[in-house]
Design a protein around this ligand. Structure first.
Ligand SMILES: Nc1ncnc2c1ncn2[C@@H]1O[C@H](COP(=O)(O)OS(=O)(=O)O)[C@@H](OP(=O)(O)O)[C@H]1O
Length: 384
């Protein structure tokens, strides 16, 4: 535009006009100035749109929608802000239900949240290792109690929250998984618990690929009580769900049980165990009675310590029965001198289920339970 104007007027002409005050030239200059200012303003407003775009994408993340992953300091700060904001909006996270995991590729923060922190030696020595023993199930069996009790042992280090690596987070890779673990010294055992592994089809192959020597622990509980406990947990979060009775039956009149309902499905232990036996020998799996873990915690803990090849350090002396809670509690929690019972999400009051429905479920589970006793060589006494 400028060049075009110069060539049409001619250099000499232009020069002579500079000397004379020319109102047209003044208007032109003003036009230039205004165009320049306009361009400047436009660039500035474009810059603002980009910043606004970032905010919008955070909003997307907050609403749980997918957004391209941007790693680095800004992204890390943004995701921690998102988590903080979400935790304000969400009701308190229920124990064992929604562990806050670091996103893949970002590594694990040096200071882990207490939910993830295992016991760390005061000097921070040792190294992080993949777990040599895993509590793989069952949901609502008493897995949290077992892990909390085991953590009292000086030779056990366990991650607090459920990593869900072999079901939900497998794509994050073994390095990510290892990073979640607490540091251990020579001779100490690294552990984790994720009860959903027991019913995850891919879990046995995946754990075996990590190490064929992994020791597996399953806390089992009467499948009928377990189903009611599972339902009670869901009910506590979604009070509007249908009744236990209506979810149990495909057809109430014929009494046909809906085995596709996870609360029922999980309790068919023999079927799930079959899947594990394709990859692990029976000697590598220990079954803990969820009922005896309540009535005789030291006895069950003795079996677990033997299975893990550890000295029997956790004994009767470590437990007391808390009348208010109605469950055994630790006289001294790990790393503390105070008594410790599990939180209020453990040991909930179950709704009353019609005795006829309970009986129908007992009949349904009986053959599977028999098979399970046979497979494990232990009689759990659920069918008396
Ligand atoms: N010592 C002690 N204190 C409190 N609760 C105990 C204890 N030992 C076993 N239990 C039983 O554990 C049941 C919860 O099982 P899980 O920890 O495996 O549940 S979860 O799958 O991790 O959500 C929980 O089930 P509900 O009673 O249905 O809440 C308890 O019955």
């Amino acid at each position: 535009m400028c060049g075009g104007h110069g060539s049409s007027t001619g250099t000499g002409m232009a020069f002579s006009r500079v000397r004379k005050p020319d109102p047209r030239r003044a208007v032109l200059m003003l036009g230039f100035l205004l165009t320049f200012l306009f361009l400047l303003l436009h660039m500035f407003s474009h810059q603002c749109t980009i910043t606004g775009g970032t905010t919008a994408s955070s909003g997307r993340a907050e609403r749980g929608l997918r957004e391209p992953q941007l790693w680095g300091y800004g992204a890390a700060r943004r995701s921690s802000r998102v988590l903080a904001e979400e935790s304000v909006r969400r009701p308190a996270v229920e124990e064992d239900e929604a562990p806050v995991l670091p996103p893949p590729g970002m590594g694990v923060p040096r200071r882990l949240s207490p939910r993830f922190a295992g016991k760390v030696s005061p000097l921070g020595e040792g190294s992080k290792k993949l777990p040599q023993a895993i509590i793989i199930g069952v949901k609502k069996g008493g897995t949290r109690a077992l892990l909390e009790f085991l953590r009292v042992h000086p030779d056990i280090r366990a991650v607090g929250a459920e990593p869900h690596f072999f079901d939900r987070n497998y794509d994050n890779g073994l390095d990510w998984y290892r990073e979640l673990m607490p540091k251990t010294l020579e001779g100490q055992i690294t552990m984790e618990k994720t009860p959903s592994y027991f019913v995850t089809r891919e879990a046995p192959a995946r754990i075996s690929a990590m190490s064929r020597d992994t020791k597996l622990i399953v806390v089992v509980r009467d499948p009928v009580t377990r189903a009611i406990s599972d339902y009670t947990q869901t009910l506590s979060k979604k009070p509007d769900i249908p009744s236990f009775e209506s979810l149990t039956f495909k057809n109430r009149t014929t009494g046909l049980i809906d085995t596709s309902w996870s609360a029922i499905q999980i309790g068919i232990y023999a079927k799930h165990l079959d899947n594990w036996l394709q990859y692990f020998p029976m000697e590598q799996i220990l079954f803990v009675s969820g009922e005896r873990l309540i009535s005789d915690p030291a006895g069950e803990l003795g079996r677990v310590q033997d299975f893990l090849g550890l000295k029997r350090i956790i004994t009767d002396k470590h437990f007391y029965f808390n009348q208010t809670k109605g469950f055994p509690c630790l006289k001294k929690a790990e790393g503390s001198s105070k008594p410790h019972c599990l939180g209020k999400t453990k040991g909930r009051t179950h709704p009353n289920i019609h005795p006829e429905v309970v009986q129908r479920l007992r009949d349904f589970y009986r053959p599977f339970n028999m098979k399970f006793y046979q497979m494990t060589g232990r009689f759990f006494g659920w069918d008396d």
